[in-house]
Ligand binder design. Structure first.
Ligand code: SF4
Length: 248
């Protein structure tokens, strides 16, 4: 049985051996990279003003999943003492601590319920992974929150991005898919997750459905078909998810 199929049927395999868990994580990381690659091509259809050296969105308020942290940690920079010191220092200062994951928030919206008020506050300060030249030092490994922060015009001083509505819808859907891919993991602020402050994290939730307006649904369905059949190893992205995940 392939590792992908084992991943899909993971609940039947618990308790699992450490060796299986390693393979399981590697397969999930491959799937994460496939989502990133899909997105890289997808966004080329949108006019984007973002470019090298533009770092208005590189703040201390970036939310990520644990799987994405595993991928960031593959970058050799994270092993450097100086960068670890900078992450620890930034995590000790105020930063946004999310109280809900994307899928938890989506579940409230789909049930037309008011979600609990977000208790986390955005704080000033630059991401410690930003280089002195204004470029991300872990660019190839950056999380989806950073990839998705695109703007059709240069952000204002407060970092506010202007985004086309359909791009916003797809971003939200991919955040949800990435969280589901890391269903047994956690989410939180990137600084807390890198510094190992697990008290500030939230357990990930299953994808409850997508938030798509009726007008966007035909285009969204087309895109979902492409995402689910995006190749990962010898299989496809939808091998990693329960049946009917990629449908409205
Ligand atoms: S990880 Fe990179 S892209 Fe993301 S906020 Fe930090 S410096 Fe910016």
């Amino acid at each position: 049985m392939s590792i992908v199929r084992m991943y899909r049927q993971r609940n039947r395999y618990f308790p699992i051996s450490p060796a299986f868990f390693d393979s399981f994580s590697m397969a999930a990381l491959e799937a994460l990279q496939a989502i990133y690659k899909f997105y890289d091509v997808f966004i080329t259809r949108f006019p984007v003003a973002c470019g090298p050296g533009c770092s208005a969105c590189c703040s201390v308020n970036v939310s990520v999943t644990s799987l994405e942290i595993d991928y960031i940690k593959k970058n050799k920079l994270l092993a450097e003492k100086e960068i670890q010191r900078r992450i620890a220092a930034a995590s000790a200062h105020p930063h946004f601590i999310p109280s809900l994951t994307t899928n938890q928030l989506a579940r409230f919206c789909l049930r037309q319920q008011e979600p609990p008020e977000e208790t986390g506050m955005h704080a000033p300060g630059q991401c410690p992974l930003l280089g002195d030249d204004g470029r991300c030092q872990v660019y190839a490994n950056r999380p989806f929150s950073c990839r998705a922060m695109l703007s059709t015009s240069r952000c204002k001083a407060d970092g506010e991005a202007i985004m086309e509505p359909f791009l916003f819808t797809i971003n939200l859907a991919l955040y949800q898919i990435i969280e589901h891919l890391d269903l047994h993991g956690i989410s939180g602020n990137m600084l807390d997750m890198l510094a190992g402050n697990e008290n500030n994290t939230i357990v990930n939730s299953a994808l409850p459905g997508f938030l798509v307006s009726p007008a966007e649904q035909p285009q969204f369905q087309q895109l979902l078909k492409k995402i689910k059949k995006y190749p990962v190893g010898k299989g496809y992205l939808d091998d990693f998810f329960p049946p009917r995940t990629f449908s409205l």
